[in-house]
Design a protein. Structure first.
Length: 266
């Protein structure tokens, strides 16, 4: 470790160095640290606020690791920031999960109209509503915020499998996605199908350009385009198909995890 000389008698580690100290006392907005033989340090201001959740778990006499910010502030203290080594390990785990593209359980603790919040590896994470799976996405009439919020609140306490979408340790940002897990699941299921396969489908929704369906043996979604429904016009498609009925269809294409089917030429 590179050292500095102080009063020609003691060598000081450079600013930015990591040292172990002992907590002397906790105040409302500061933490006092014994850094013998170098002196007494203080954690305050933004450094205190950033670590306050961790500080709540600490007591006088506990040993902690700190980083040297300034050897002599206006009050004569050594200015410090708190190094939460457990938190560092948590971020390393999150980084590893992202690199390996692995899914993991995420327990929902809070909800707002933008999405869901919880913790993983003791790090706060955010799961945007736009990154929820089709099963959990809060469908609401004309996007009513109150209805969306109620549907999201219904997920509080539940455990959802997610993947890391994005993270930034410096700003404590962790964005998660359930859609990525769903995408991988669909890939595995779709591998079992081939073009020209005949399948049973349930009509789930009729629209101007065709009909959305669910494949009965797997529950995944598909689309039958209007041109593949015995040539009806958009006006009389409801005369040919009814929501909820089951039909036999043929797979005509599988692209980008999307299955297109036909009711013609069976």
């Amino acid at each position: 470790m590179t050292l500095l000389k102080k009063n020609n008698s003691i060598s000081l580690p450079l600013t930015g160095s990591l040292l172990e100290g002992v907590i002397l006392g906790k105040k409302e907005k500061s933490l006092i640290i014994d850094l013998s033989p170098y002196g007494t340090g203080i954690i305050q201001g933004p450094e205190f606020l950033e670590s306050r959740d961790y500080i709540k778990s600490l007591s006088s006499g506990d040993k902690v690791f700190v980083k040297i910010l300034d050897w002599n502030n206006e009050e004569g203290f050594i200015e410090l920031s708190l190094e939460n080594l457990e938190r560092k390990k948590s971020w390393e785990t999150i980084k590893d999960l992202k690199n390996k593209n692995e899914s993991f359980p995420f327990v929902i603790l809070e909800a707002n109209t933008g999405g869901l919040m919880g913790k993983t590896e003791n790090i706060k994470g955010f799961l945007p509503a736009s990154q929820l799976s089709a099963e959990h996405y809060p469908k609401a009439e004309e996007g009513k915020k109150s209805e969306i919020l109620e549907k999201l609140k219904a997920l509080i306490g539940k455990e959802i499998q997610v993947k890391v979408l994005d993270f930034d340790q410096a700003t404590n940002k962790l964005i998660l996605s359930e859609k990525l897990v769903e995408k991988d699941r669909l890939k595995d299921i779709i591998k079992n199908y081939q073009v020209e396969d005949k399948v049973k489908v349930k009509i789930t929704k009729i629209v101007d350009f065709g009909a959305f369906v669910k494949l009965e043996d797997s529950g995944i979604d598909g689309l039958i385009h209007l041109s593949e429904i015995s040539d009806p016009t958009p006006e009389d498609i409801n005369k040919v198909l009814k929501e909820g009925e089951v039909k036999e269809a043929r797979i005509i294409s599988i692209e980008n995890n999307k299955i297109s089917l036909s009711l013609k030429n069976l």
